[in-house]
Design a protein around this ligand. Structure first.
Ligand code: ZN
Length: 208
């Protein structure tokens, strides 16, 4: 069994969306050895910083919040698609040759995986790509960018996917992962009533 950790490391200098300082985690030691006999720290962080799972509530005030996301869609067989040649955005045309089947969880590997910095020109899923994924009946999609859409009016990619029950993961790191099938474990922190949560996500080859 081989375990691939596809999560970002959470740290002060990590890449964050649009390089906004308010998106950076603040990690603080509350107690420190030897003074306090114990090391104990706290953290303040935007829930969409780093590798995370979005909840429908992110774009819909009546949408489900993260603690109710179905774990059957996050602990599942999955497939990495190599889209590293795609420039700018993933459209229907980029996906049609990938033989996508109903019930699949797809991880989209793009050129985004080759830098840890925020790139304003990051590859995202354009509306026709999102509609095609819905048409194919997938259960979820992960992308290696800080967001699955980029400056789209009305968040059409998020909404198209969420309205059709597709789970969205953002910020996975796929540089070292070859196209193919893996078992995925993605577990968002169980925080009540919020729009997303950080997750440690692994892909497993040869599960047993
Ligand atoms: Zn997000």
């Amino acid at each position: 069994m081989i375990i691939y950790d596809i999560s970002m490391t959470i740290e002060k200098e990590m890449g964050v969306y649009k390089n906004k300082d308010e998106k950076r985690p603040i990690i603080k030691f509350e107690r420190k050895i030897p003074r306090d006999s114990i090391n104990e720290s706290s953290m303040y962080m935007n829930l969409h910083t780093g590798t995370h799972i979005d909840a429908p509530y992110h774009v819909d005030d009546n949408g489900a919040t993260i603690e109710s996301v179905d774990l059957n869609k996050l602990i599942t067989k999955s497939r990495v698609l190599d889209l590293t040649k795609v420039v700018d955005k993933i459209t229907k045309e980029d996906l049609t040759r990938k033989n996508i089947m109903p019930g699949e969880f797809l991880l989209l590997k793009t050129k985004n995986s080759f830098t840890d910095e925020f790139d304003p020109e990051f590859v995202y899923v354009e509306k026709s790509g999102a509609e095609y994924l819905v048409e194919k009946g997938i259960i979820g999609v992960a992308i290696d960018s800080f967001g699955i859409e980029r400056a789209q009016e009305n968040h059409e990619t998020h909404k198209t996917l969420f309205e059709n029950g597709v789970t969205i993961i953002e910020g996975v790191r796929l540089k070292d992962i070859a196209e193919g099938e893996y078992f995925m474990c993605a577990l968002p922190l169980k925080i009540k009533g919020v729009d997303g949560a950080p997750a440690r996500i692994v892909l497993i080859k040869d599960l047993i």
